[in-house]
Design a protein around this ligand. Structure first.
Ligand code: ARG
Length: 476
């Protein structure tokens, strides 16, 4: 029979060509070949340990699988669509290489637990990789923060000038976001670090297998508890896609700042030529394509999360072919973020920070208005509402002179209202304003330095935790 399938025993007609095209996952799940082969080798070892295969049968299988892997790595492996997926492609080639004994590999397992394992290994590995990249980005942000704890710029609310802050302080805000992303991945990893292999089709197996051996050999904490849940669960992928979406959102927010800050209106930063692009028609243009794309990439990453949520929502237990749709979105989110995190780091490392423009911008928008009101409350005992009103008059007066509040002379300020004493003038100083916000987590240079110290201590612990999790007690 043409187009004979590994599962073809009960079929008398061969598969339609269009079925192969529609049904096959091989074009994308071939990416899982390493995980598939590692899972199969471990399974064979387990079967031998339990006396289900002989030692020499298991060795033959493992060696044969090694050869299949090498063929794939050398690009010599012939992927044939009618093989359907990576699991069957590998098994078929294995049997061609080692003969009949290859057909014993699939004892006490099913493609359902096999794909659940392969995909979970991939997701956990990608989780590790993203955490490495996040720490590199955090390192870069902290380096910038350390150099700019005195670099003043207008802090904004509603994108309007609000109060003076330092640039390092803003970098620490982004570090805080990415640190939470790291911890979110870490907790997803822990929650999902269980091995589904051995669950078989949906209900376990009559063979006397040892799932704990398989789980331990592959570096998992333990086997998953319930066989039916093991083959139908894709929460591990959804956790990962949500974690990716949060990272994409944080990247997008920072990217939006980079777009704004690099515009003529702000000029707070200049992006390096190496990370900017030109216009095909306007010779003068230097465009922030990198941050724009970083902002735009969030769309597909959120989309991947939503797709899988929708795929999963109506599925009855246990395995359904719908879940074959779980992979491409995960591959895409992972690849998108891998490059995004790297290019964001490079863009930050190479941009110029225009401290003069930042300072100049502080002279617009009466950033020290809150300080004057606070001074009137704290030193003159004026009720806050009243102080707010008097300060409002001072702002209007400054505007009538086309000046910033911080540029009023003491005499000009006192002329606004008889309740304003001479000493109130010093509250208009922008640097004093910034440094007065010395509360825990505040923007004063000193409070920012304290934040940097805490974040650096966190970074050291995170690096160590990542290192420890990679110790070769596991094969992942
Ligand atoms: N290619 C399938 C997937 O990705 C593998 C599992 C197929 N299992 C089955 N019973 N048809 O989900």
């Amino acid at each position: 029979m043409e187009n004979q399938k590994l599962w073809g025993g009960r079929f008398s007609a061969s598969a339609a060509e269009i079925l192969d095209e529609f049904n096959a996952s091989l074009p994308f799940d071939k990416k899982l070949y390493k995980q598939d082969i590692l899972g199969s080798q471990t399974h064979a070892k387990m079967l031998a340990k339990c006396g289900i295969l002989t030692q020499s049968e298991a060795e033959k299988i493992c060696e044969g699988l090694e050869q299949v892997k090498e063929e794939m790595e050398r690009g010599e492996f012939e992927f044939i669509l009618s093989d359907e997926d990576i699991h069957m492609a590998v098994e078929k080639r294995l049997t061609q290489i080692i003969g009949e004994v290859g057909k014993k590999l699939h004892t006490a397992r099913s493609r359902n637990d096999q794909v659940a394992l392969d995909f979970r290994l991939f997701v956990l590995d990608s989780n590790d990789n993203l955490r490495v990249l996040l720490l590199e980005l955090i390192d870069t942000l902290l380096e910038i923060a350390k150099q700019h704890t005195q670099t003043m710029l207008p802090g904004m609310t509603h994108l309007q000038h609000a109060q003076p802050v330092n640039f390092g302080f803003l970098m620490c805000a982004y570090v805080s976001m990415f640190a939470r992303d790291f911890e979110r991945l870490e907790s997803s990893f822990r929650r999902n670090n269980f091995c589904p292999l051995g669950a078989a089709a949906l209900a376990g197996t009559p063979y006397a297998t040892d799932r704990f051996f398989t789980a331990q050999t592959l570096g998992f904490i333990a086997p998953t508890l319930n066989a039916t849940d093991s083959v139908s669960d894709r929460d591990f992928a959804l956790d990962f896609l949500y974690d990716c979406s949060m990272i994409a959102m944080h990247i997008s927010r920072l990217a939006e700042e980079l777009v704004l800050w690099s515009s003529y209106e702000f000029k707070f930063i200049t992006l390096s030529d190496a990370y900017s692009t030109g216009s095909s028609i306007m010779p003068q243009k230097k465009n922030p394509d990198v941050p724009e794309l970083l902002r735009g990439k969030s769309g597909r990453v959120y989309g991947n999360l939503l797709s899988l949520l929708v795929v999963m929502k109506g599925l009855p237990l246990a395995y359904n072919k719908d879940t074959q749709e779980d992979k491409e979105g995960v591959f895409d989110s992972f690849e998108t973020l891998s490059i995004a995190l790297r290019i964001l780091k490079d863009t930050l490392q190479t941009m110029t920070i225009n401290t003069d423009s930042m300072l100049k911008a502080c002279k617009k928008g009466h950033l020290s208005a809150t300080d004057l009101a606070d001074f009137l409350v704290q030193t003159c005992g004026i009720p806050f509402r009243e102080a707010h009103h008097i300060t409002g008059k001072a702002v209007a007066f400054a505007e009538s002179l086309d000046k910033d509040l911080s540029d009023l002379s003491a005499e000009e300020l006192c002329s606004v209202d008889s309740a304003i004493p001479q000493e109130a003038h010093k509250s208009l100083d922008l640097e004093a304003s910034m440094n007065s916000r010395n509360s825990y987590g505040g923007t004063s240079t000193q409070a920012t330095k304290t934040q940097i110290e805490s974040l650096e201590a966190w970074l050291q612990l995170a690096k160590k935790a990542l290192q420890d999790s990679k110790e070769p007690q596991n094969a992942k």
